[in-house]
Design a binder for this molecule. Structure first.
Ligand code: S3P
Length: 173
């Protein structure tokens, strides 16, 4: 079984993946970490030096490797993974996969991401909070269709990563 956590930047995918992994006794991986390891570079440097398209190709390659791995895994996707190429379909077409959408509102994501945007090249140019909020509103609207393909949808607001992991584990039993 492979469990994919999807959702916008700042929804807590990586942290929830770690808690869920401990709970279910599966290893957890983070797609961004895998890309950074492979290239020995962090994500902002990859974007800055090679551009987004290059990053998206690496992301698809790492996703395919993950899907081909026979091991059970918890996988934290990047916020944009499902919206590029045929990544969403690749996951849907792979047996024994389950997607979970960590859902949060524009306001919640704006507040969380405002102090964390430097590590996220897609939003790091947005200096004012209002500009960030406008961007997220439009971007989330564009991506929501893909996130909503998930079999399980969990609202993450007001919950700790532990309780979110508990709800996911309970749904999967
Ligand atoms: C991106 C999200 C990031 C990372 C990259 C692009 C996006 O992952 O993959 O910066 O397009 O939403 P997180 O959602 O883990 O921040």
């Amino acid at each position: 079984m492979k469990i994919f956590l999807c959702g916008y930047m700042g929804s807590g995918k990586s942290l929830v993946a770690r808690h869920l992994a401990a709970k279910m006794n599966y290893p957890a991986i983070d797609l961004d970490d895998q890309i950074a390891l492979m290239k020995e570079k962090n994500i902002p440097d990859i974007f800055a030096q090679k551009g987004e398209l290059y990053f998206r190709k690496l992301e698809t390659r790492v996703l395919k490797d993950t899907l081909a791995d026979p091991a059970s895994l918890i996988v934290a996707l990047g916020g944009g993974t499902l919206s590029y190429g045929n990544n969403l379909q690749l996951i849907k077409d792979t047996p024994e996969t389950h997607m979970v959408y960590l859902k949060a509102s524009v306001e919640f994501l704006t507040n969380r991401l405002f102090n964390e945007k430097e590590t996220r090249p897609v939003i790091s140019h947005l200096k004012e909070k209002e500009a960030l909020e406008d961007f997220i509103r439009k971007h989330l609207f564009e991506r929501a269709y893909d996130y909503l393909q998930a079999e399980t949808i969990i609202n993450v607001e007001g919950k700790t990563p532990e309780t979110i992991a508990d709800s996911i584990a309970a749904k999967l039993q």
